[in-house]
Design a protein around this ligand. Structure first.
Ligand code: HEC
Ligand code: HEC
Length: 261
């Protein structure tokens, strides 16, 4: 009697945990989404969601199910705009859970009244300027970490954007890098960064970040310790599912133990 009871209780607990996990996995966890947002979206949508290079997300969106719309846009991106596709299925860095969580966070940004994701603060790396390169690579390391690492990787190794760890061909690589950063690449996820082209960076910022790319990324193979975006903690939904598994196993062990005794 006691044995059967142990097993059924553990099965009931497990079922509860599994369903809690499934519900959370479907709806998304806005707290975790805030982290995903800080690491991937602040750069374009701003710390308050009000827009920087990207659209203003801090408004009330119409439609029956704005969260489903967000999930779709975030997963697939917006063609011919700087909004990249973020889901792993589309070659992006975010899992399904990440997309659901960040969509839940964005859905809560109505009117900017919700808690604001912190803007990442970064200390400049000490980098000796190379002769003949215009701009300050140390200052450029900060511009890079705050604006470019999200797509090009913390060390320029490539993530959504291409790798920048390369030996630049051509007669004047500095001019090529500078103009690419200023104007962006039409039809790709690479936005225009210069403030006169609608971007957030000054001409001086672009000199500095170009110097950083040429000086620190080219030859070192990206040995610059820009802080890598930290992966978020394991999703609550997944955590629940694992807990449920543990409960089932414990129940089964207890059942076997009582049967033998
Ligand atoms: C490189 C810049 C950039 C980054 C990074 C970026 N976005 Fe966007 N996003 C844009 C731009 C630009 C648009 C507007 C696209 C258009 O409709 O032309 C946009 C549009 C959107 C929209 C649709 C808004 C609307 O009014 O239709 C959502 C939702 C969104 N982004 C969420 C996100 C989330 C979440 C992240 C992080 C995972 C993110 N974006 C990262 C640039 C960016
Ligand atoms: C939303 C993602 C994204 C962000 C943010 C971003 N880039 Fe890019 N970048 C790209 C993509 C994608 C390409 C490749 C474009 C193509 O040629 O199709 C690219 C290309 C480039 C290139 C040309 C590389 C080559 O081999 O020709 C340079 C230089 C560059 N980016 C620098 C920067 C700098 C500097 C920043 C920050 C100020 C930045 N990018 C921010 C996505 C991004």
């Amino acid at each position: 009697m006691v044995k059967k009871l142990t097993l059924s209780i553990s099965v009931v607990i497990a079922l509860c945990l599994i369903s809690a996990g499934l519900v959370l996995a479907q709806t998304g966890d806005p707290k975790r989404g805030a982290q995903v947002y800080a690491q991937n979206c602040v750069v374009c949508h701003g710390p308050d969601g009000k827009g920087r290079i990207g659209a203003n997300l801090s408004t009330t969106f119409g439609g029956i199910n704005p969260k489903a719309f967000f999930e779709q846009v975030i997963a697939a991106g917006v063609a011919n705009s700087p909004m990249p596709a973020w889901s792993q299925e589309k070659g992006g860095p975010l899992s399904k859970q990440d997309v659901a969580d960040v969509a839940a966070y964005v859905a809560g940004l109505t009117g900017g009244t919700e808690p604001i994701a912190p803007a990442p603060s970064v200390a400049p790396l000490p980098i000796t300027p190379a002769p003949g390169v215009v701009g300050d690579p140390s200052a450029g390391s900060v511009v890079f970490a705050q604006n470019c690492a999200v797509c090009h990787g913390a060390k320029g190794e490539g993530r959504i954007g291409v790798t920048l760890q390369k030996n630049w061909a051509g007669i004047n690589p500095a001019a090529y890098i500078r103009s690419t950063v200023e104007k962006g690449v039409t039809g790709s996820a690479m936005p225009a960064w210069l403030n006169t082209s609608g971007g957030p960076l000054t001409s001086k910022d672009i000199d500095n970040v170009s110097a950083f790319i040429l000086t620190a990324l080219k030859t070192s193979g990206g040995a610059t310790p820009t802080p890598a975006p930290v992966a978020g903690p394991i999703g609550f939904g997944a955590g629940m599912a694992i807990l449920a598994l543990v409960v089932v196993l414990l129940g089964a062990v207890a059942y076997g133990y009582y049967r033998r005794a």
